[in-house]
Ligand binder design. Structure first.
Ligand code: ADP
Length: 258
């Protein structure tokens, strides 16, 4: 009998070890896949501005257009634009990895969200006084929450910017703030094109952009929403999106009070 018990324990232990090893292997594989996806995406994103700037510089150097001042100027402008894009991209990627590895400690302050959102709305409205309408449903009760104001303002601005980018001129945006017992919600919705069903689950992935012709005319890195998801994670919260019945989509930030 002791031998049988010993054998059974040994078999049980081996099965446990095998399952554990297999699970670690799967996790490692998944991590590797994510990493190689990230590297190929970032390489692709870096290649475009570098290649464009290189072509423009070569044109100036090789094809003798440096005598043509106007042309040289327009090529140099192109280089400057691409370098600007590169600069923005590297800043965003750095911010991403800092937040992911939690190197950047968020600086949270108890904030009156009613006024906070109103201020953001007013400053965006000032930039687009005619072409964009932002309606803010500000509740009469004051809602406060500890947030990193810089990061959460970035998230809200990114949502509003997206509504403007994808909704185009004349877009109507609605911002809403409300709470229940232990959760606070902020939503931003627009009457733009909305997001195709097959892609709606992907918009929070790094570098994901909906592959639709006319939306590709709109510049972007596909990093804004994945960054928003990270920021929300660090606030004990979540970001979600749904298409609206008629037209457009609604992004909702949900904070759970701790
Ligand atoms: P970017 O705008 O730089 O492409 P984001 O991460 O902010 O990156 O958004 C990811 C994608 O989600 C966008 O490329 C766009 O296709 C889609 N999207 C985001 N916001 C909206 C919106 N308000 N309406 C329609 N599509 C949107």
């Amino acid at each position: 009998l002791p031998q049988i018990i010993f054998a059974l324990v040994l078999i049980g232990f081996s099965i446990f070890a095998l399952v554990f090893a297999y699970r670690s292997y799967l996790t490692q594989m998944r991590l590797n896949l994510l990493r190689s996806d990230f590297i190929s995406n970032i390489t692709h994103e870096l290649k475009i501005p570098v290649a464009t700037a290189k072509t423009a510089l070569e044109a100036i150097l090789n094809f003798g257009i440096s005598d043509d001042k106007e042309k040289t100027k327009s090529y140099l402008k192109m280089v400057a634009l691409e370098m600007n894009r590169l600069d923005k991209l590297t800043t965003r990627v750095l911010e991403h990895s800092r937040l992911e590895t939690r190197q950047h400690l968020l600086h949270k302050e108890v904030t009156n969200l009613n006024d906070f959102i109103d201020r953001i709305r007013n400053s965006v409205q000032m930039i687009y006084p005619d072409s964009v309408k932002i309606n803010y449903e500000n509740p009469s009760e004051i809602i406060t929450l500890p947030i990193d104001q810089v990061y959460i303002e970035g998230v809200i601005r990114n949502l509003i910017d997206n509504s403007i980018k994808y909704g185009g001129k004349g877009v109507n945006i609605k911002a809403k703030l409300w709470q229940n017992e232990n959760q606070v919600f902020i939503s931003i919705e627009d009457n733009g094109p909305g997001i195709a069903k097959e892609y709606i689950d992907k918009v929070f992935d790094q570098f994901f952009r909906v592959p639709i012709g006319n939306q590709h005319n709109v510049k972007g890195f596909g990093l804004g929403l994945s960054f928003a998801a990270l920021v929300m994670q660090q606030h004990n919260g979540k970001i979600s999106v749904e298409n609206l019945k008629e037209k457009g989509c609604r992004f909702t930030l949900k904070f759970t009070r701790s």
